[in-house]
Design a protein around this ligand. Structure first.
Ligand code: SF4
Length: 446
């Protein structure tokens, strides 16, 4: 249970030395209780008090690290119910499932197919993270072999899915080096699975048939010294699943219920009769507090929209998405190719670059930092003025790449042409179309 501000205050030195950046220990205690301060900001906390205060300053939902390598991820660590309050931090991990009876060749072909589902957006590589190896028939050797193939021959991280302790042990021996998630301990197996997770320092999922039934199980695991826990309330019906995810998040954040302060694992693969419905349920779970989502398969038409949804849900709503300022080459431009300039708002970049690429006209696209504002807003806010854009053109290096002196500005920023001409003597400032959709016709007509 998290400590209140007053409880924290009692553990502080009460010297009001101000070194933590606020005027009093009481103010610091209040900030710590509300998650607005870090305990390390006070250098005078005793070790004894620190141990107690660490509890208060820990995120209400524990961040749980799963996997190794480029597809390692952290689930949980969230501090708010609604992303407009602050932001959601750790994107929902996406998993697909294979049976331990999958023939080796078919498994490898599937992994190659799944590995190809990667998409570049706003300078990020969007891709799913996990493969769930599901025990079929209790064959420990087959389970271990499948887990080993996934762990060793692909970037994917692994969920070992079995309720048989001997099968789980074999899976850990084969794929333990990749820090797999063990799924799942139940009331019947919690002692064995808890001991195995502790011995191998692995994250462990625990499954019950209701939210209430999870509480004694997670309390037992934390009593054993385990911290990296993922919870499954067992709901496989849409309304109940949504309700459970919300109840768990609210209990952890609003009631300080540490027994439910863990990321959830969700199984749309067990909740839908077809891939479209599965994708829809997964979309709901990304928006409403799913830590890990397990699909029956990865296919482009399902994974791509889920990755985009995830990208949007897990970005800070108070900071616009941007791309890096600089020169972007489109369709292999040369020294005679036209130069376009626009702002670094990610949506603006994608639309303008997409339309330019679609025109098939080799072009240089200059992206000017406008603090993430679109053209019209950036111009109105003074972040895309003629002086600034002109100065950027001079310093960005485009002059070394072309022989001509003409630059195309967005139609909505026509008003900056005069200032740009003053900043760029000898250059022709051409006003382009207002709408990006007209860029292909504009470029082709030149
Ligand atoms: Fe109090 Fe520590 Fe802040 Fe000093 S640094 S005011 S002792 S909380």
């Amino acid at each position: 249970m998290a400590l209140t501000g007053i409880q924290i205050f009692k553990l502080l030195p009460k010297t009001n030395c101000k070194e933590c950046g606020v005027p009093t220990c009481l103010a610091f205690a209040m900030n710590l209780a509300s998650g607005k301060a870090e305990l390390d900001s006070c250098p005078y906390v005793s070790d004894e008090a620190r141990a107690q205060l660490a509890e208060a300053s820990a995120p209400p939902i524990r961040p749980v690290a799963v996997g190794k390598g480029v597809r390692a991820f952290t689930a949980g660590g969230e501090t708010v119910l609604y992303r407009h309050e602050k932001t959601f931090f750790n994107p929902t991990a996406l998993a697909a499932q294979v049976g331990s009876d999958t023939p080796e060749d078919a498994l490898k072909a599937t992994l190659v197919k799944w590995n190809a589902l990667q998409y570049e957006r706003v300078g990020l590589n969007l891709r799913p993270e996990l493969v769930v190896v599901k025990d079929v028939g209790g064959d420990a050797a087959a389970f271990a072999k499948t887990a080993k193939t996934v762990a060793e021959t692909s970037e994917f991280n692994v969920v070992l899915m079995t309720e048989d302790a001997a099968v789980m042990k074999a899976g850990i021996e084969a794929a333990g080096f990749k820090r797999p998630l063990m799924y799942a301990a139940t009331a019947a197996t919690i002692d064995d699975f808890g001991a195995m997770a502790k011995e191998n320092n692995l994250p462990l999922a625990v499954k019950a048939d209701s939210v209430d039934a999870l509480v004694p199980l997670t309390e037992k695991l934390t009593g054993m010294g385990l911290k990296d826990i993922v919870i499954d309330p067992g709901s496989r019906e849409i309304k109940q699943n949504l309700q459970d995810n919300i109840v768990i998040r609210r209990a952890a954040l609003k009631s300080g219920n540490r027994a439910l302060g863990f990321p959830t694992i969700n199984f749309p693969c067990e909740m839908a009769g077809n891939a479209d419905m599965e994708t829809l349920i997964a979309a709901m779970q990304i928006a409403k507090y799913g830590g890990i989502i397990v699909l029956s398969d990865f296919n482009a038409e399902g994974v791509f929209p889920l990755l985009l949804e995830r990208l949007n849900i897990f970005t800070d709503p108070q900071r616009p998405m941007t791309v890096t300022e600089g020169i972007y080459e489109i369709n292999n431009p040369d020294e005679n190719s036209p130069i376009l300039v626009t702002t670094n708002f990610a949506l603006t970049y994608f639309i303008v670059s997409g339309e330019t690429e679609g025109s098939k006209v080799p072009s240089w696209l200059l992206i000017k930092d406008s603090e993430g504002l679109s053209v019209l807003t950036g111009w109105a806010a003074g972040k895309f003025s003629g002086d600034d854009v002109g100065a950027f053109v001079k310093k960005c290096g485009i002059m070394d790449k072309v022989k001509h002196k003409e630059i195309i500005i967005p139609g909505y920023a026509a008003a900056i042409a005069g200032d740009m001409e003053e900043e760029l003597p000898g250059w022709t400032i051409t006003v382009g179309p207002r709408e990006a959709a007209l860029i292909p016709a504009f470029l082709k007509s030149r």
